[in-house]
Design a protein around this ligand. Structure first.
Ligand code: ADP
Ligand code: TYD
Length: 211
């Protein structure tokens, strides 16, 4: 089937290279003439800002409350009448999104049952499933090294032990949803260019063309 615009999601542990690769994919697709809208979760809406304030320790909260805030942030991200993803897709943009509901399944499954997380995200899943979930796989040791180089302070989930858990929860969720989700696992331990080339090939396999 030939598609005109897509919903492309990047997933991976912190420091895996998602934002680097999302930017490169956007540049390559724009060069080919596609209309691209890039976005991310947590968003920069009031709900997303609340989440970021918890992550940088300005506000104290509980992991279960954070998980529920992400569910709300995502629904708003989809349905917001001004700049929501569904609106952008209707306008013909291909949307490239840094994180979506698999992040919920990976980051919160240590405190909350996966069943609840999947059910809580079913509103988003029913509204919009990614055409492709691109999971950039790196070992937590590698991503922690990248983050330590890059940042003066780390967020609450950014420690080696937690990222090991998150990575294994991602794989559990991929297995659990393998019949309903299109997941592409990319080896993110290689050079930025090699990873980007692979991602571009995967997206091109979806056979969408500029009309
Ligand atoms: P994420 O969005 O997944 O947290 P980033 O794209 O911000 O990750 O990358 C984290 C850091 O790692 C940045 O400094 C980035 O330049 C670097 N980086 C990204 N991809 C690679 C790669 N393939 N090899 C080495 N360093 C990388
Ligand atoms: P992000 O800004 O993408 O961080 P990074 O660029 O370092 O990967 O995401 C911030 C944090 O939000 C990250 O630790 C993962 C977490 N997160 C959740 O816990 N649940 C979610 O549903 C999402 C989307 C993100």
């Amino acid at each position: 089937m030939t598609r005109n615009n897509l919903f492309i999601v990047f997933e991976g542990i912190d420091g895996s290279g998602k934002s680097t690769q999302a930017k490169l994919l956007k540049e390559k697709l724009v060069k080919e003439g596609h209309k691209i809208y890039s976005t991310f979760e947590p968003t920069d809406s009031p709900i997303g800002s609340l989440i970021r304030n918890i992550f940088n320790r300005r506000i104290i909260s509980d992991n279960r409350a954070i998980a529920a805030l992400f569910v709300a942030d995502r629904i708003d991200h989809l349905l917001n009448p001004v700049n929501g993803i569904l609106k952008k897709l209707e306008e013909g943009y291909t949307v490239v999104c840094d994180r979506y509901y698999f992040s919920s399944y990976a980051y919160h499954a240590d405190d909350i049952d996966l069943e609840w997380l999947v059910e809580a995200n079913s509103i988003s899943q029913n509204l919009l499933k990614p055409d492709i979930n691109i999971y950039i796989d790196v070992l937590p040791e590698v991503s922690m090294e990248r983050l330590n180089k890059d940042r003066s302070s780390l967020e609450i989930f950014e420690n080696l032990e937690n990222l090991k858990k998150v990575r294994s929860k991602y794989y559990e969720a991929f297995d659990h949803l393998k019949d309903v989700e299109n997941v592409s696992i990319i080896d993110g331990s290689r050079s930025i260019e090699e990873v980007s080339g692979d991602i571009f090939d995967k997206v091109k396999e979806l056979q969408f063309v500029v009309r």
